[in-house]
Design a protein around this ligand. Structure first.
Ligand code: ADP
Ligand code: MG
Length: 452
């Protein structure tokens, strides 16, 4: 475990990469981790102003930076340490105004410490339709007879279609049926970090022991194992152990095994020896059913005609469907009255993305022309501001509009690390919410990309 000081230093170095110098200096100066209580990080800010700002604008971002370094981090609280060294809990009037937005995301943050499962992902709130019924049935079958029939279970599909939800629903269900079962959810990225650290620290045996003691292991997004040879080797042995002991293992990926690049053949054939199922894009009826379920869960009444409208325009991803619904709810609350269909149409009209055959090269070309910079500088290591922003926009568009994987984007852009891409993507995504100029720029770029 890294100590608080190291943890914060590492997080800051990540944060610094994706914030402007001015913002970084203003908001992160004089911050530190006061304590870490079983994964709840208490971040100390110098004053209320900074504290509120961090919480309102940077919360998820900071949390993610911390979790990337230390997966044990569960939540983040903000405090001000007064001169007399008394702790003031982060609670004041401004928090009230915030409940609208934080309410909607709060659930995301409570994660079981032992299993890493997020209790919000259950079968009960998982909508089944023609697009995902096979994956759903396979997941159900696994809960009936873990380790016996479909081992491994391998679920694939593009991002935002419910893979993580389904995987975790299996874990939560098994845990609920039998609290003694040792269930563990992880992502390939965290698993890799854990494995590499164990090798570096000569603790590979502890690593093996730790994972072997579970009854069910769920590893999400295994496309990121591509090229990680040592980790693949450990995964191979772990899988064999599970398989031989009739213990269930579940994977997800954005692709079927045969298309994952740089995957050892023996692992590929293990994956192929199990049950491989896909989730595809939801049809209109399913999209509407999902919106209805979500608004019920969020306890917000949204008129049917609005849900129908959203279902008719957001077609590609359930995550996007959910995001759109949440933004409608937030706007309704901000206006303190129901929002009309016409207003919704206006708000959402910028969200609709026409898709035409556009290559990675086209994206780079159009963006470099738009910002009048040399195309090749985008591939280089330079951190000049004029280049960094367009580069981040390329990453954002490749991810948002084309669902390209983070490693793929990084590799295409001069061999950058996928975490850099993740940060760039999230930064732009966040910035366009508040920066109307940036928003317009991106819309103009899109219209050049898709309409020319
Ligand atoms: P993926 O892992 O495939 O990228 P997620 O599982 O993270 O997708 O799903 C994105 C969001 O959509 C999550 O909030 C999830 O709860 C929700 N979601 C996905 N599929 C369904 C479904 N069938 N019913 C209800 N919610 C869903
Ligand atoms: Mg996922």
């Amino acid at each position: 475990m890294v100590d608080n000081k190291q943890l914060w230093e590492q997080a800051l170095s990540q944060i610094e990469l994706s914030t402007s110098k001015a913002n970084f200096g203003t908001w992160f100066k004089n911050t530190y981790i006061h304590k870490n209580e079983e994964g709840i990080i208490y971040l100390s800010a110098p004053n209320t102003f900074v504290k509120d700002w961090l919480r309102n604008k940077y919360h998820k971002f900071i949390l993610k930076a911390l979790r990337d370094i230390s997966p044990e981090v569960r939540n983040l609280e903000y405090i001000i340490i007064r001169k007399d060294d008394k702790t003031t809990p982060a609670e004041d009037s401004s928090q009230k105004n915030l409940t609208t937005t934080t309410d909607l995301g709060l659930n995301d943050l409570y994660i079981n410490k032992d299993s890493n499962l997020n209790p919000k992902y259950t079968f009960d709130n998982f909508v089944v339709g023609p697009f995902n019924e096979i994956a759903y049935a396979a997941a159900q079958a696994v809960t009936k007879n873990p380790g016996m029939n479909y081992n491994p279970l391998y679920i694939y599909g593009v991002t935002g279609l419910g893979k993580t939800h389904l995987l975790q629903a299996v874990g939560n269900y098994i845990k609920k049926q039998n609290p003694n079962k040792r269930v563990f959810y992880t992502t390939s990225e965290t698993f890799t970090v854990d494995c590499v650290n164990s090798i570096l620290n000569n603790k590979i045996n502890l690593f093996k022991e730790k994972y072997r003691k579970y009854d069910l292991i769920i590893i999400d997004d295994i496309q990121f194992f591509s090229n990680k040879e040592k980790t693949q080797e450990e995964l191979f042995h772990l899988f064999n152990h599970f398989y031989e002991n009739n213990k269930q293992i579940i994977f997800s990926s954005d692709q079927p095994p045969k298309y994952i690049e740089h995957l050892e053949d023996r692992l590929r054939s293990r994956f192929e020896g199990g049950m491989i199922v896909d989730v595809s894009k939801p049809d209109y009826e399913s999209r509407l059913a999902i919106l209805k379920t979500k608004s019920r869960v969020l306890e917000k009444q949204i008129p049917d005609e609005i849900l129908e409208y959203i279902a008719s325009i957001v077609c590609d991803s359930i995550r996007e469907l959910e995001g759109t619904l949440k933004s409608v709810i937030v706007q309704t609350q901000a206006k303190k009255r129901d929002i009309t269909l016409t207003e919704i149409k206006n708000i959402l009209k910028n969200n609709i993305k026409p898709k035409k055959a556009v290559s990675f090269k086209d994206v780079v070309k159009i963006i470099s022309e738009y910002y009048t910079i040399e195309e090749k500088s985008l591939y280089e290591k330079t951190r000049r501001k004029e280049v960094v922003k367009p580069r981040q926009i390329i990453m954002y568009i490749m991810r948002e509009d084309f669902n390209s994987s983070y490693p793929y984007i990084g590799q295409k852009l001069g061999g950058r690390d996928h975490t850099t891409v993740i940060h760039a993507y999230e930064k732009i995504k966040r910035d366009i919410q508040k920066d109307t100029v940036l928003n317009q720029e991106i819309e103009q770029i899109r219209s050049q990309l898709y309409n020319s």
